[in-house]
Design a protein around this ligand. Structure first.
Ligand code: HEM
Length: 238
């Protein structure tokens, strides 16, 4: 007879808040990003593009603050908030991997070892999107954190900075502008490549959750809402 499932608290309110805010921001950023990507077929005007980039950047700030909050929580938080419980390549991870190899049906209270690898890859790509996004917003629509700095570096007349606007050549030193765009290029490319990789990983993440849910019946999705999983009693779940 299968052992009874025990209601076990796993995800703190901070983790759950981060997770759903992150899902919402990434979803919105992907939709807005795709509209920017297809600006020609969408026949967007210059003003339309600037507006779209501005909205994308404002949502990007919420996304970046939420991600920074989660990164800090990994160092100062408790239990499954901590990076030592979340990321692979720790002693605990190697032990969990050995357990999984011995018994494919082992159920883990937090992430299973494959889940930890996925979390590491997702956080890496989200961080790449954050850093590259902040850099391209600074060098394109001159938004924080570095927008003011770049406006200063490309201005011909440092006393007339107000006229420097996206898509305008007014008061711009062409050589300094080209240098800024050269600096920006690898960040723009990283933003695009990381977007494609995120699309693949997010799809795999959702498929993995559906498969685990069907196999383990631990209520994984609702656990991210109320914090509790339903787990069999074993050493991993004490
Ligand atoms: C998961 C997070 C993010 C995703 C999936 C995402 C996705 C995208 C995509 C697909 C594009 C269009 C790329 C292209 O036209 O080649 C784009 C452009 C852009 N993104 Fe993001 N982005 C994210 C985060 C951010 C953040 C955090 C910021 C800044 C705060 C940001 C700022 C920008 C800007 C300014 C552009 C316009 C670039 C241009 O066309 O010159 N993004 N993003």
């Amino acid at each position: 007879m299968a052992s009874p499932l025990i209601k076990t608290f796993v995800w703190s309110s901070k983790i759950r808040l981060f997770h759903w805010l992150n899902v919402s921001c990434v979803f919105l950023l992907m939709i807005l990003g795709l509209m920017l990507f297809f600006d020609d077929p969408l026949d967007l005007s210059k003003q339309g593009k600037i507006l779209l980039k501005t909205i994308h950047t404002l949502v990007g700030y919420v996304f970046a603050l939420n991600l920074l909050f989660r990164i800090v929580l990994g160092f100062i938080g408790k239990g499954f908030e901590r990076w030592s419980q979340t990321l692979p390549f720790t002693a605990a991870f190697r032990q969990e991997l050995a357990q999984l190899k011995q018994n494919k049906n082992t159920v883990f209270k937090g992430h299973n070892p494959i889940g930890k690898l996925m979390v590491a890859a997702l956080f890496t790509l989200l961080s790449v999107q954050m850093v590259s996004g902040l850099m391209i917003a600074s060098t394109d629509i001159y938004y924080p954190p570095l927008g003011n700095y770049f406006v200063q570096t490309i201005a011909l007349d440092k006393n007339n900075l107000e006229v420097i606007k996206p898509y305008s050549k007014a008061n711009i030193n062409p050589q300094a502008y080209d240098e800024m765009r050269t600096l920006r290029k690898p960040f723009k490319e990283a933003h695009e490549i990381s977007f494609y990789l995120l699309l693949i990983l997010i799809s795999l993440h959702i498929i993995a959750v559906i498969i685990s849910e069907r196999k383990e019946k631990a209520a994984l999705v609702s656990a991210m809402i109320h914090g509790y999983k339903y787990l069999p009693k074993n050493d991993n779940n004490e």
